[in-house]
Design a binder for this molecule. Structure first.
Ligand code: RIB
Ligand code: CA
Length: 313
């Protein structure tokens, strides 16, 4: 099986970091062509720096990292330091990156990469607000049919919102961008809170990360120790939900996840429900089925895969 070529679009964020590490630990299934940073959990100056820190943690300074959009298409940036800390990677003490940031803009890299590779061979993996992806689609509509698949973390339906009562953070930050992506015609797989809230780092699972006795294992354990505070307090959950690693785990072992191919649209006007993803889970409309919306995962299988792969780094 040839590895899937992917671009990871990300706003690190501790869970983004684990998703990137999982991808870099899985060369049989995933070839990371590049990492594009977007403003989200923390401002762009930090997300692009954090993406490089994670590449260095994995000893993969060969991976090109690009800075992208520093604000949503039409709205003021909303960040999540209250969840991720002021650096965005609070928890472990990690050195500033030495590897360079690429000069090119992330959106240009996305467009040029999709045009340079045969149609249907490059997968986009957005882990943050969809501003870079939407900007690329607006600037170069020809890339839409060239995208093999967009596998994104974002949205929620039965689980409702984590940043407002109605909306999940990535979609809420840039709902107009999400609307463009959902209407792009590309093949889309969505990892919403409905599934990521089932990927909880319980103490036992975090002990397994620490027991790897490697710099990566220790860093991941410290990241999730920090990152879990928000969800434990808000949801009383057993540990940090590993949202973004669901995206890269799906590329490696898709049978861990179950969902439905349904219509998913996003609210872009109502202030009350801005950013809400309306998923027609019960098929009550004849709106076009534009995404596979995941609802369940084999959590033990997910953590077995994740721990085994992190042990490789
Ligand atoms: O709502 C969770 C999502 O928002 C995750 O991608 C997290 O990293 C933040 O970006
Ligand atoms: Ca993220």
């Amino acid at each position: 099986m040839t590895a899937r070529k992917i671009i990871i679009d990300t706003d690190p964020g501790q869970d983004d970091a684990v998703a990137i590490l999982l991808a870099l630990a899985s060369p049989e299934e995933i070839e990371v062509l590049g990492i594009t940073a977007v403003a989200g959990n923390v401002p762009l100056a930090l997300t692009q720096k954090n993406a490089r820190i994670v590449c260095e943690l994995a000893n993969r300074t060969d991976i090109p990292v690009f800075a992208g959009c520093d604000a949503p298409l039409k709205r003021k940036l909303v960040t999540a330091e209250h969840v991720h800390g002021k650096t965005g990677l609070d928890g472990p003490t990690l050195a500033d990156p030495k590897m360079p940031l690429q000069d090119a803009h992330a959106v240009d890299f996305i467009i040029e990469t999709l045009r340079a590779h045969p149609a249907g061979t490059v997968t986009l993996c957005p882990l943050g607000p969809l501003t870079n992806i939407a900007t690329a689609l607006q600037r170069a509509p020809d890339i839409a049919p060239r995208i093999a698949e967009i596998v994104l973390m974002g949205g929620a339906y039965f689980e409702v919102g984590n940043i407002t009562p109605a909306a999940e953070f990535n979609i809420y930050v840039d709902p107009e961008a999400a609307d463009i992506v959902l209407k792009s015609g590309a093949k889309i797989t969505i990892m919403p809170l409905d599934v990521t809230h089932k990927a909880l780092v319980t103490p036992h699972r975090n002990d397994a990360f620490r027991a790897l006795s490697t710099p990566v294992g220790e860093a991941v354990a410290l990241m999730t120790d920090f990152f879990e505070r928000f969800d434990k307090e808000k949801y009383g959950s057993e540990g940090a939900p590993l949202h973004d690693p669901c995206v890269t785990a799906h590329l490696i072992q898709p049978d861990l996840f179950h969902g439905r191919h349904i219509n998913v649209e996003v609210e872009t006007t109502s202030e009350l429900t801005l950013g809400m993803t309306v998923a027609d889970w019960w098929g009550v409309t004849d709106r076009p089925r534009n995404a596979t919306f995941m609802g369940d995962l084999d959590a033990d299988g997910f953590f077995t895969l994740l721990t085994e792969r992190l042990a490789r780094l």
